[in-house]
Every structure is written in structure tokens, then in C-alpha cells.
Design a protein around this ligand. Structure first.
Ligand code: HEM
Ligand SMILES: *[C@@H]1O[C@H](CO)[C@@H](O)[C@H](O)[C@H]1NC(C)=O
Ligand SMILES: *[C@@H]1O[C@H](CO)[C@@H](O)[C@H](O)[C@H]1NC(C)=O
Length: 503
């Protein structure tokens, strides 16, 4: 203890605020001086790393850096932060900035992007903004690294996303899809806001998988509370009743209340929550408080409901838009699903394995994800200096492997702004670098579930409807997630040929 005390004093002395100085100046001066010293140290560190990194770019304003510009450009359809910077620095493959209060490297070159996701847990670790941890709970997966993250990921893969379990759920998932699409068919003249409808489909499916929850009052309340929560995830964490972040915090409180009530009301207690708490019981160090396990269980549920629903819903929305704009794609998609039905008995369900065989449908899903940028980038932090060509990614920086730049690089994806699912159909196409579900050790564990949901959605979409008319002038905004300003209004035209009996 004594030694610690001395070294502590020495450390303070180097800033000129040792014990004597404190006595002399009075405690009132200590804080401002410490603050000043911290600022000087911080500026010096940034300057040093900056000089050594060899990266083009600027940090922008103190502390806030270029965050406001970045967010503003992402929200508007006009600007594109990364493209503009790349151009300004003569096609640089990486540049520096300062985002979310951290010095940042944005990497746009495909091999570097691959390297960053491949070195997860060694040179790089996950590093999401702290507002994620505050709103989804600190044990939410994305904000976790090390042992707790490994345990959680193993649990998700082996208990929730296990293929045999998901196969059994296919009929229930299909029912949820069909119920909504039948309601579109019932009233042909109606304007359908696709975004609203797909959010509900995807939320109901995720709630079914994660909570074993049948649609009803609980899911409706919880779904409604998720959108203000998601809006707050990239906002400035200023907790006042009228700020975006403040509203998100209130939504979190309501979601947790609904979840607690739901957990209390269950009659059978052998589900995701209990299995996870049971596993933690066995694997956490002895003596870990029960409250901690309960918290970790709640955070798992909260974060899965987040990760699984808005992403899948957005993919559904954009697929309706892109297919609606491309009659050739629609025709080929329908041909694939008619072929599938020929191989099946009348009334037989679409299975997990059927979906795996539908290569054109899967290409549509891939191309939709490429075009709509749900996964623009992931958030990492460098654990060491990483040398890449003639620059260095300095230790401790925020690192953004920019998937979107790879997905729109014309030398990788020719004619990148055109929706063209046919591009994946040959041998070369199947090897295109694709990061729609991330990559490396954190590859999305919900990927196959999401593809299965989308497969069932596309099947009934093209079997029930001849075509659909896109009614609105939607403006795309892509922050924090891609959105269409008018929620994609459409009017459907039912198919005239006899429909297969609704399941
Ligand atoms: C089209 C739909 C989806 C997309 C585009 C998507 C995308 C992604 C991406 C890019 C990551 C990587 C994050 C990172 O590396 O930092 C990820 C992780 C994750 N996703 Fe998905 N996802 C989708 C659907 C789902 C579904 C349906 C679930 C579960 C119900 C899910 C659960 C997760 C979880 C738990 C993680 C964290 C994995 C980890 O940190 O190890 N996702 N997702
Ligand atoms: C999803 O759940 C909501 C509320 O729980 C319900 O109103 C809606 O009908 C459900 N949708 C489907 C497709 O089952
Ligand atoms: C995805 O990113 C590309 C390239 O930056 C952009 O042109 C396109 O509009 C984006 N799409 C959506 C739906 O956000």
C-alpha cells in the first residue's frame, strides 16, 4: 500500500501538483490543473500517433471531431462522407478522422477490410459506442469481448441458432409471413406501407424464436418501444426528457419492465432465458451474484430482439423495392419458386432445406444487403500498432473496416449502383467479397435464420402477387440504419392463376 502511495505521488509530481503544491494552492486548484494536464497529454498523444501513422485525413474539432459531419452526411441523400474523403486524399485506401470521441481509421481497401475482421480478438476487438452498452445493457454481445463474449456466442449458436431447432420453427415462421401477406391480398386497392408491415413480421418472428412468444399484447408493446431505443444508439448520450437519447433511455426502462413481467408470467420455465442463466450458473466464477446472471440474461434477450428484427425487416423492405423496379428479376425469382412447387406435394410446407437450394433467391438476398448498406461497417479497436503497406493503424484507435466501400468498388462489383442478383450466379460471382453479415469470428450468428425468413417472405410475395406498384418518392436515409422516408408505399396486384392453398 505504502509503495503504491509513493508512486501515485510521483506521478502527480510530474504534473507539478504534488502534495506540497496541493497544500499551497488549495484543493480548488487541483482539478483545473489536472484537467489542463489531461488535455495537454491528450493533444500530445494524438499529435504523436498522428505524425507516426502516415495516414491522410484530419481530426476536425476538439473532442467531437468530425462526428457531426459524418452523421449529417449519412442522414442526407446528397453527401457521402467516405467517398468524398477518399477522393480528397487522392484515392487513399485508408484515412484518419475522429469519430465518436476517438481518433479513427477508416479502411476501404478489400484486403485490409478482410484482415481487420479476420484478426478479431488478436489485433482488433469489438468497440461499439458506449450508448450501445447503456441502451442494450452492458452484456449485449456487441459491447463484449473476452470470456463473457465467447460464452454468450457459444450459447447463441448452440442453443438458439441450432439448425435442428430452427427447422422445427419453419412452419410457425411461414404462418407469420403468410398472415401478413394474405392481409395485403384481401384488399387490393389499399396502400400498403411495406416498412410498417415487415417490421411487425420480423419482430413477431424474432420474439417467437427468442422468447417463444406468440403475437399478442406483450409483443406489440415491446415492438413499439424498440424504435426510439434504436434511434438513440448513435446519439449523443445526453439524458434529458426531450433528447433522442433521453427518449431511448425511457424506452429501455419500458422494455425491461415488459420483459420482467413476461418472465414472471411464464408457466413453463425452460427457455432461452433459463437455459442461459443455468449455463452462467455453471460457468461464471463461483460466488457471482444472482443479480448479475439475471442482468446478463435480460441483456441477451434485449440485444437479440434488437439484432434480429430491424435488420431483417429492412432487408425485406429493400427487396420489395428492388424487385419491384426490376421485372426481369421478378420473373426469374417467380420461375425459381414455381420450379420448387413442382417438386413438392400440394400443400407441403417450404422447408429449411428447400430454402438452401434456391440459389437465385439467395442471390437476391445478398444483392439486397449489398445495395442497402445495413452493414456499412463494424466497430473495432486496435490492440497494437498494425502496419498496413505504407501506413500504420495506431494502437487504441477506433477502426472502421468500411464494408460499404468494398461493396461499391467498381473494380470488384462492376456497375455497382445497379441491382443485379445475376452477378452471383457464376463461379466468379460466388467468390465476390461480401460482408453483409460481417465476417471473421463475429460473423452474424443469425445469418441462416435471416436467410430462411427472407426466403419464405420472397416465396409468398411472388406466389401471391403478380406485381406491385411503388407509389412514393422515397428518400433514402442511412443512419443509424437504412430507412425510406415514405415507408415504401405500394399497391399490389393479385395473381390471377389459381393460388396454391394458403397454409
Ligand atoms: C438480414 C439480417 C441481418 C443482418 C444484415 C445482420 C448483420 C450482422 C452483422 C454485420 C454482424 C456483425 C457485427 C460485428 O462484427 O461487430 C451481426 C452480429 C450479430 N447478429 Fe446479425 N444480422 C442479421 C440478422 C440477425 C438475426 C436474425 C439475429 C438473431 C436473432 C442476429 C443476431 C446477431 C448477434 C447476436 C450478433 C453478435 C455476434 C457477436 O458479437 O459475436 N442477427 N449481425
Ligand atoms: C404480430 O404481432 C402483433 C401484436 O402482437 C399482431 O397485432 C400482429 O397481427 C402480428 N402479426 C402477424 C403477422 O402475426
Ligand atoms: C448504399 O451506399 C451506396 C454507396 O455509398 C449509396 O449510393 C446507396 O444509396 C446506399 N443505399 C442505401 C439504401 O442506403
Amino acid at each position: 500500500m505504502a509503495e503504491l502511495g509513493v508512486s501515485e505521488m510521483e506521478r502527480m509530481n510530474t504534473f507539478g501538483i504534488g502534495a506540497d503544491a496541493q497544500r499551497g494552492l488549495g484543493a480548488g486548484m487541483t482539478l483545473p490543473l489536472l484537467f489542463l494536464a489531461t488535455v495537454v497529454w491528450w493533444i500530445w498523444q494524438r499529435h504523436k500517433a498522428n505524425l507516426e501513422s502516415g495516414l491522410p485525413g484530419t481530426f476536425g474539432l476538439p473532442f467531437i471531431g468530425e462526428t457531426l459531419t459524418y452523421v449529417a452526411k449519412m442522414k442526407s441523400p446528397l453527401g457521402n462522407f467516405v467517398d468524398e474523403k477518399t477522393k480528397r486524399y487522392n484515392g487513399a485506401q485508408a484515412f484518419k478522422s475522429s469519430l465518436f470521441f476517438q481518433p479513427t481509421v477508416i479502411a476501404t481497401e478489400v484486403e485490409t477490410v478482410k484482415m481487420i475482421v479476420a484478426k478479431e480478438g488478436r489485433s482488433f476487438v469489438s468497440n461499439y459506442p458506449s450508448s450501445f452498452a447503456l441502451l442494450l445493457g452492458r452484456f449485449n454481445g456487441l459491447n463484449m469481448n473476452g470470456e463473457n463474449w465467447k460464452r454468450l456466442r457459444k450459447f447463441v449458436i448452440s442453443h438458439i441458432m441450432r439448425v435442428d431447432l430452427l427447422k422445427e420453427r419453419m412452419a410457425d415462421i411461414e404462418d407469420l409471413v403468410v398472415r401478413t401477406l394474405d392481409s395485403w391480398a384481401d384488399d387490393e386497392g389499399r396502400t400498403i406501407y411495406v416498412e410498417d408491415e415487415t417490421k411487425t413480421i420480423a419482430f413477431n418472428i424474432t420474439a417467437l424464436i427468442v422468447l417463444n412468444l406468440k403475437p399478442g399484447k406483450v409483443s406489440q408493446t415491446m415492438q413499439r418501444d424498440y424504435y426510439p431505443l434504436i434511434e438513440g444508439m448513435f446519439s449523443l448520450p445526453i439524458n434529458l426528457p426531450w433528447t433522442i437519447y433521453g427518449k431511448a433511455t425511457q424506452a429501455r426502462v419500458r422494455i425491461l419492465k415488459t420483459l420482467e413481467e413476461f418472465l414472471q408470467s411464464r408457466t413453463v420455465k425452460d427457455d432461452v432465458f433459463d437455459n442461459y442463466v443455468q449455463l452462467l450458473q455453471e460457468e461464471l466464477p463461483p460466488g457471482s451474484p444472482p443479480a448479475l446472471k439475471h442482468e446478463m440474461g435480460l441483456d441477451l434477450l434485449t440485444s437479440l430482439l434488437f439484432a434480429g428484427h430491424d435488420t431483417t425487416a429492412a432487408t425485406m423492405v429493400f427487396s420489395v423495392k428492388y424487385i419491384g423496379e426490376n421485372p426481369k428479376v421478378l420473373a426469374e425469382l417467380r420461375r425459381e419458386h414455381e420450379e420448387l412447387l413442382k417438386r413438392k406435394q400440394p400443400g407441403e410446407r417450404i422447408s429449411w432445406d428447400d430454402c438452401k437450394t434456391l440459389s437465385f433467391s439467395n442471390s437476391i438476398i445478398t444483392e439486397t444487403l449489398r445495395m442497402c448498406n445495413i452493414s456499412t461497417t463494424v466497430f473495432r479497436k486496435s490492440l497494437e500498432d498494425v502496419h498496413v503497406g505504407d501506413y500504420v493503424i495506431p494502437k487504441g484507435w477506433l477502426v472502421l473496416p468500411y464494408f460499404r466501400a468494398v461493396h461499391f468498388n467498381p473494380s470488384i462489383y462492376p456497375d455497382p449502383y445497379t441491382f443485379n442478383p445475376f452477378r452471383y450466379q457464376d463461379a466468379a460471382g460466388s467468390k465476390l467479397p461480401f460482408f453483409g453479415f460481417g465476417g471473421g469470428a463475429r460473423l452474424c450468428p443469425g445469418m441462416d435464420l435471416a436467410r430462411a425468413e427472407l426466403c419464405l417472405f420472397l416465396h409468398h410475395l411472388v406466389m401471391k402477387f403478380e406485381s406491385w406498384e411503388l407509389l412514393g418518392n422515397d428518400v433514402v436515409s442511412y443512419f443509424p440504419f437504412p430507412r425510406l422516408s415514405a415507408r415504401l408505399p405500394i399497391r399490389v396486384k393479385r395473381r390471377t392463376p389459381p393460388q396454391q392453398p394458403s397454409t
